[in-house]
Write a protein that binds this ligand. Structure first.
Ligand SMILES: NC(=O)c1ccc[n+]([C@@H]2O[C@H](COP(=O)([O-])OP(=O)(O)OC[C@H]3O[C@@H](n4cnc5c(N)ncnc54)[C@H](OP(=O)(O)O)[C@@H]3O)[C@@H](O)[C@H]2O)c1
Length: 244
């Protein structure tokens, strides 16, 4: 049985949408104290509204690619037992190479590689020995498709950082979850109007016969937060996608 998370203070960057929002609901049901971080005030407030049946999470508006905003986040957050980051800004990052703009590549790298490193830099020394950091990689690193070069590289880089952080920041535990295809708003930026068709055809190919849900990934993150013997690990939750 894992460590109890009840009463723990957990920061969820990206908790205003998709799998981060599903995680916040699970954590609040477990009586954790949740602080949700995102850039959009409207999305933060909409998330709090959606979570109201479980309690009232704290909200913090910040762009975690900006070091000053990350520094302020942890100065204002108070005690933090665990940090989770599901943030990603992949607008324009899924493109064939001749069409890939440097701005989009830079934005995606900053949101998924630079931001987690900044978050770890400013939170680790404030966290208790039982603390942990859980980051979000993804299937693109393992089963790349055309238009996937940027995100494949980014996820692989993030996983390298996870292993190095698990060594340098010990006894804090640092892990990543690697989702397969999960039905969330990010698909508006991944494949736009083609999303539903792509997701349906992938569901047919996957051994589990369906696309993932935010709750599938949230379950795995809850495991990583609570299991005191897991660090430097990438936990794949992909419906068997790496096998097909
Ligand atoms: N969904 C999938 O099929 C899938 C598959 C493999 C991997 N993943 C990975 O799983 C993670 C979560 O994805 P999701 O599908 O839950 O995405 P999502 O619904 O788009 O949620 C991501 C959230 O991150 C926040 N965010 C982005 N940039 C930020 C920044 N600079 N500072 C603060 N917050 C920021 C956004 O909120 P604001 O706009 O308010 O900032 C957004 O609500 C991502 O790392 C994604 O790459 C997803």
């Amino acid at each position: 049985m894992g460590n109890s998370l009840e009463g723990q203070q957990i920061v969820v960057v990206g908790g205003n949408s998709g799998m981060g929002l599903a995680l916040c609901a699970q954590l609040m049901k477990m009586r954790c104290e949740v602080l949700i971080v995102g850039r959009s005030k409207d999305k933060l407030e909409a998330a709090r509204e959606q979570l109201c049946e479980f309690g009232k999470p704290r909200l913090h508006q910040a762009d975690v690619t900006r070091e000053e905003e990350v520094r302020r986040l942890f100065e204002e957050a108070g005690t933090v037992d665990h940090l989770v980051c599901t943030a990603a800004d992949v607008r324009g990052a899924y493109e064939l190479l001749p069409l890939l703009e440097l701005d989009a590549l830079d934005r995606a790298i900053r949101s998924k590689v630079v931001a987690p490193i900044l978050l770890a830099k400013h939170s680790a020394q404030r966290m208790p020995a039982h603390g942990s950091i859980t980051l979000t990689s993804g299937i693109a690193a393992y089963r790349p498709r055309p238009k996937g070069i940027a995100v494949a590289a980014i996820n692989a880089a993030l996983e390298g950082a996870v292993r190095a952080m698990a060594v340098e920041l010990a006894p804090l535990r640092i892990n990543a979850v690697s989702p397969g295809w999960v039905h969330t708003p990010i698909w508006n930026n991944v494949a736009g109007a083609d999303s539903e068709r792509l997701l349906a055809s992938m569901a047919e190919r996957l051994p589990v016969g369906r696309i993932g849900t935010g709750d599938d990934i949230a379950d795995a993150i809850v495991f990583l937060l609570g299991n005191g013997y897991t660090t430097g690990t990438v936990l794949h939750v992909d419906g068997g996608h790496r096998l097909v």
